[in-house]
Design a protein around this ligand. Sequence first.
Ligand code: TPP
Length: 293
Amino acid sequence: MALSKKEWFELETFAADLRDLTIDTVNWAGSGHWGGSSSSADIVTLIYRKFAKFDPKNPEDPDRDRVVVSKGHVGILLAPLFSLLGLIEKEQLKTFNLTGSKLGIHLDSNKVKGLDSSTGSLGHGSSLALGMALAGALKGQTYKTFLVLGDGECDEGSVWEAAMATSHFAKRGGKNVITIVDRNHNMIDGNTEDVMALEPFADKWKAFGFETVVVNGHDIPALAEAIERAYKGDGDKPYCIIADTIKGEGVSFAAGNYKWHYGALNEEKYNTAKADLAAFRAKRLERVNKEGK
Ligand SMILES: Cc1ncc(C[n+]2csc(CCOP(=O)(O)OP(=O)(O)O)c2C)c(N)n1
């Protein structure tokens, strides 16, 4: 699928606004999970703005596509996302992770309209997503369930139990799960290959019965093409997209640095981050202008 220049531009702009509002939220909160938020920003933009049947005006529509962001420590990405979608007041973001706020560091689906699951305890989202897909199939519903995993999260054995079950139950609904792994190569305390080697990662997903593709997770048209294929879902297998990303993408001092898994911004760092993100937005929009049709 070729995105039109207009649509590509809109998606880039949304992703740039999302990174910008996320860094603002990190600043208001005093600290936050910037690294894994920025690496997932293009993935969630494409899910919510392009592919998922999800109407923010009717977020509880029983036929909506479901979304489980299993790497729930990126609540600080999801709250700004829901704000941009019109489901959370921007002012409320200023209370993120403060005592008494509805917006905890890991979002609570009982408090945030439109959020399909409370996540944060890594390794649980895969089973939740599969359960949603199986339940839908039992009820004769055809919705898809997007599952976003962290790569470090794949150290959890429960991810692989659920993966095995997802392909085993493919015909009974498992195939409606679309797995996207944010492969940013870093986790909380180091590079994934140093902490617990994942490679050959794509081969593992293939061996667990998934139609697997590796794609640049910051290239909107390439990622859109991979998601479109998974959404269409030809064949018998569930799909896994390994989105190759950069932790902390867009901010010079954080990009590729696992130490920016979680961090606090002083005024100087905040100003640098905002300037970096403005330049990052301009660079990506320049590509749209050059290559878009
Ligand atoms: C069960 C569980 N163990 C440990 C943690 C603490 N923790 C939070 S984020 C994280 C690293 C996750 O790495 P990854 O999935 O790669 O996330 P990303 O780099 O994309 O932010 C850990 C260990 C947790 N939230 N849940």
